[in-house]
Design a protein around this ligand. Structure first.
Ligand code: PFF
Length: 449
């Protein structure tokens, strides 16, 4: 057992896992994917997937990690020795690797915006000018690679120290602060003219807009925002004490995540319609819309700066978990190996992210199956690797772990009523595999034949 790593408190674990979950996925990705995929109908399906698939899967990852107290590879080996199941752990490592390489590019955009705000370059400019400044920033290879580097540097520095020491305390202040600033943003956004159009876009589902791709995107989005499918939550829960109540933790993480998704949607969509911007603008959406909202607030620049810092923090607490799962496997609790490998892996991921960074600039013409390098990497992770990992975990837990062990794991630190346990087990064993396979086959057009 890896004694050197343990969350110091109950709340430490929840905050760290919530920190992994809440990040670019809820704040940046959700609004733009919802914008592309039809708004309300997408939101509805996303919620459904989050509750009936994401939540049970999150709890399944917790059960694997906490029962074995081992890293993402060893935990599978401990439960199913002499089998190939630990490849699910390797799949998680590969997923985290690719994910972090492009995640860091977006993290870098936040850093670039922080610089621009501090140096006063965003003062008093119009909605279109924001768009132009932003496009210039991300298409400039020097800037986008440097800020991507800085984001990876911040990630490495913390993970090299050990995630527990690095983030537990900071999370305490940053998360509530982020909520508060979101509330201010929403108040402003909702009081803009035409705000109601944004509300109907997000909350009134028009199911005729839903197609197979949008359903797959909703599935991927629900796993992405909960950090499910890559075994990161296996790793984080291996550091948690036996006294922790896992079902309660999983539920609070899911609820916080949905809360942030709704906050982000409420902050962004009313403003999109009010400023005459396009909801399907893609990954640039948040960065074009929010500066406009802040510029319509007293002391807007200061609030914007505070928002960016908190947003950066939310992104970093997610990126820590992606690097952590890899470093934990290699260093096996050895502090000096942890340090060395955090730097090495971090540097390789930085190099791997360069093509994604350039895909908004000089390499924008390069496409893979019709997608830019960035979009292709995102599609591979969000819509293929995470659902595949989730599918395998949904099969692994009920088939390879004893029901009695699972029951016991769920009982620590308070009860999990038998009825709820059975519901969870059923969702994992039957609903999750069938639903995931159905959605994947649907996108391949199998049902249309
Ligand atoms: N949940 C993170 C976010 O929404 O930003 C992204 C993420 C982190 C996905 C870790 C998967 C993962 F293993």
């Amino acid at each position: 057992m890896n004694q050197s790593e343990q969350w110091s408190s109950r709340i430490g674990f929840i905050l760290a896992s919530a920190g992994s979950a809440i990040g670019l996925g809820a704040i940046w990705k959700f609004p733009y994917v919802a914008g592309i995929s039809g708004g309300g109908a997408f939101f509805f399906i996303f919620l459904l997937f989050t509750l009936i698939l994401g939540l049970p899967l999150l709890l399944a990852e917790f059960a694997i990690g906490r029962s074995t107290q081992k890293d993402a590879i060893e935990s599978y080996k401990a439960i199913a020795p002499n089998t190939k199941w630990h490849f699910v752990g390797y799949l998680g490592l590969v997923t985290s690797f690719i994910l972090l390489s492009f995640y860091s590019v977006i993290g870098g955009w936040i850093i670039a915006y922080i610089f621009r705000t501090i140096t006063g370059q965003l003062n008093g400019i119009s909605a279109e000018q924001y768009g132009i400044v932003f496009a210039e920033t991300i298409s400039n290879p020097g800037i986008s690679i440097s800020v991507h580097f800085l984001f990876m540097l911040l990630t490495v520095v913390v993970v090299a120290k050990g995630v527990q020491n690095g983030i537990e305390k900071a999370n305490y202040i940053m998360m509530p602060a982020l909520f508060i600033i979101f509330i201010l943003l929403i108040i402003r956004s909702l009081t803009l003219s035409h705000a109601s159009e944004g509300i109907s876009f997000l909350f009134f589902p028009d199911f005729s807009k839903l197609n197979s791709e949008a359903v797959l995107a909703a599935l991927g989005q629900s796993f992405f925002t909960l950090s499910v499918g890559a075994s990161t939550m296996v790793t984080y829960s291996s550091y948690v004490k036996k006294s922790e109540n896992l079902p309660r933790s999983a539920l609070s993480i899911v609820m916080m995540n949905i809360f942030v998704v709704v906050l982000a949607g409420l902050a962004i969509f009313p403003a999109v319609f009010s400023f005459g911007l396009q909801p399907d603008a893609g990954p640039v959406l948040l960065f074009q819309v929010l500066p406009n909202v802040f510029s319509h607030m007293p002391f807007g620049i200061l609030f914007f700066l505070a928002f960016l810092v908190l947003f950066l923090f939310a992104a970093l607490t997610s990126s820590f978990s992606m690097l952590e799962i890899i470093v934990a496997v290699i260093s096996k609790g050895d502090k000096s190996l942890r340090k060395k490998w955090s730097w090495i892996i971090g540097f390789i991921i930085f190099l791997m992210g360069i093509p994604s960074a350039l895909s908004y600039g000089p390499w924008s013409d390069i496409t893979i199956l019709g997608k830019s390098i960035f979009d292709a990497a995102d599609f591979l992770v969000s819509n293929m690797l995470l659902p595949l990992g989730a599918l395998l975990i949904a099969i692994f837990v009920p088939y390879k772990m004893k029901k009695s062990v699972l029951m016991e794991e769920m009982q620590h630190g308070g009860g999990f009523a038998k009825g709820l346990f059975n519901m969870w087990y059923f969702a994992l064993k039957y609903i999750a595999p069938i639903a995931i396979i159905f959605v994947l086959l649907d996108v391949l057009g199998v049902w249309d034949l």
